[in-house]
Design a protein around this ligand. Structure first.
Ligand code: PMP
Length: 454
């Protein structure tokens, strides 16, 4: 099935093609966004879009918070830049590192900042490589990732990604040290099974691959707690403890990409808390600043850092914008607001059960084969045949048709292949969720009509 899923290269809005006026861009299906507040964005025509995606998992606390703007501006006024190469740092980076070590799982106390999720994943791979070199086991080279994974668009991050065909293949991608296993995608990989039994089976695919390769050649397992861009693939609760056990058994580093799950998406501060994961390395991004400025972090456990930092001495790895002052100041302010306003706890109690119930109302919709969610990450998988689970052919681009129908009606509703995803901001109200689901239904109904489905 994975081979036949429809994955679009990039949205048209990513390409800046010449245009003369906003109306013609809009004619081509793009919007020009000019202002945001709360869960809404307005375009040049004054039309309002409700952001059902938190700008792809970033904007957890909503658009337009003046406190974040002030934090960025104050920091920029005081110290606009700080190079991080020659033992120079600044208070916002130090305080943010301290704050992160307080809120992260036990034993994750070493923070390396950079700007994007892709870079955080690159850093994680370099840390894995260096770890095994310093541990005297340079033959541990293979990194195991999963189908339908998305870890970024740089070469290694794209190699780790398993979304075909754009991110997981093409040119020299995937790089030869990366291999992909089947994932905890029950609708496709374990239909009809008891979910908890399926979780154990899905984890066994990791052990199977480790044994095929030879445990002493495997460096790390890379995964998101729940797969966002893969189409809201949420594993059963039995999956992660079993993965953890397998990684321990073969001494394989567990590297967890929390770029989307981190900062509240699952209803816990980190997906690792939700699923009970104890990572050796963890990547954070997006939600760390609620998307206000670009910042990401690669967090090393004491186990990894002790070897890299204590024994490893100098390590030539860094970026010009590592720990940019305003980005760190905004992240600190974002976390302060999230704590002060109990944003994660409120989302867990007040919104997630409501969100889940609303999603469930799509069970039985003529286009929808599967409804799944964890926290405020939900997916509605479109199928051609709800009995056989046959997917629409790639060329039909039905998911993209549905996104277009939603955008016309003022909702950002993403197609991950044929799965329609919703990841609303954590500060959305129930009333606003009603609007999201109302438009989502209209978009699906219009798509059903366009595709001749009763
Ligand atoms: N990891 C995950 C899980 C992601 O969803 C993304 C982006 N969607 C990335 C990494 C890459 O982050 P960035 O686009 O900031 O490089």
């Amino acid at each position: 099935h994975m081979e036949t899923q429809a994955w679009q290269v990039l949205d048209r809005a990513h390409y800046l093609h010449p245009f003369t006026d906003h109306a013609s861009l809009r004619q081509a299906g793009s919007r020009v966004a000019v202002r945001g507040e709360g869960v809404y964005v307005w375009d040049t025509e004054g039309d309002r879009i409700i952001d059902g995606l938190s700008g792809l998992g970033c904007v957890n606390i909503g658009y337009g918070r003046p406190e974040l703007v002030k934090a960025a501006a104050d920091q920029m006024q005081a110290l606009s830049f700080c190079q991080s190469f020659f033992n120079t740092t600044h208070p916002s980076a130090v305080l943010l590192a301290e704050k992160l070590s307080q809120i992260l799982p036990e034993g994750l106390n070493h923070v390396f900042f950079q700007s994007s999720g892709s870079e955080a994943n690159e850093t994680a791979v370099r840390a894995v490589r260096r770890y095994w070199d310093l541990a005297g086991k340079p033959e541990r080279r293979v990194i195991i990732a999963r189908e339908a994974a998305y870890h970024g668009s740089t070469h290694m991050a794209a190699s780790l990604s398993g979304i075909p065909p754009m991110y997981g293949a093409g040119g020299d991608i995937p790089l030869p040290s990366v291999t992909h296993i089947k994932t905890a995608y029950q609708y496709r990989n374990g239909p009809g099974m008891d979910p908890e039994e399926f979780g154990i089976l899905a984890a066994s695919w990791l052990e199977e691959r480790i044994l095929e390769i030879g445990p002493d050649k495997v460096a790390a397992f890379f995964a998101e707690p729940a797969q966002s861009a893969g189409g809201a693939l949420c594993p059963p609760m039995s999956y992660w403890p079993e993965i953890q056990r397998i990684c321990k058994k073969y001494d394989i580093l567990l590297v967890v990409d929390e770029v989307v799950c981190g900062f509240g998406r699952t209803g816990k501060w980190f997906g690792s808390f939700y699923y009970g994961i104890q990572p050796d390395i963890m990547q954070l991004g997006k939600g760390i600043t609620s998307g206000y400025l670009p910042l990401s972090a690669c967090i090393l456990s004491d186990r990894v850092a002790d070897l890299l930092i204590e024994e490893g001495g100098e390590w030539a790895h860094g970026f010009t914008y590592s720990g940019h002052p305003s980005c760190c100041a905004v992240a600190l302010e974002n976390i302060r607001i999230m704590e002060e306003e109990n944003i994660v706890e409120n989302a867990e109690k007040e919104l997630i059960p409501y969100f889940r119930a609303k999603l469930e109302t799509f069970v039985g919709h003529p286009l929808i084969g599967d409804v799944r969610s964890v926290g405020l990450m939900g997916g509605l998988e479109i199928v051609k045949n709800r009995v056989t689970r046959e997917a629409y052919p790639y060329e039909a681009k039905i998911g993209y048709h549905c996104s277009g129908e939603a955008l016309k009606r003022g909702l950002a509703f993403r197609a991950n292949g044929d799965t329609m995803s919703l990841m609303p901001p954590l500060i959305i109200t129930r009333q606003e969720l009603d609007t999201v689901f109302e438009i989502a239904r209209e978009a699906l109904d219009a798509t059903a009509v366009a595709f001749g489905v009763a």
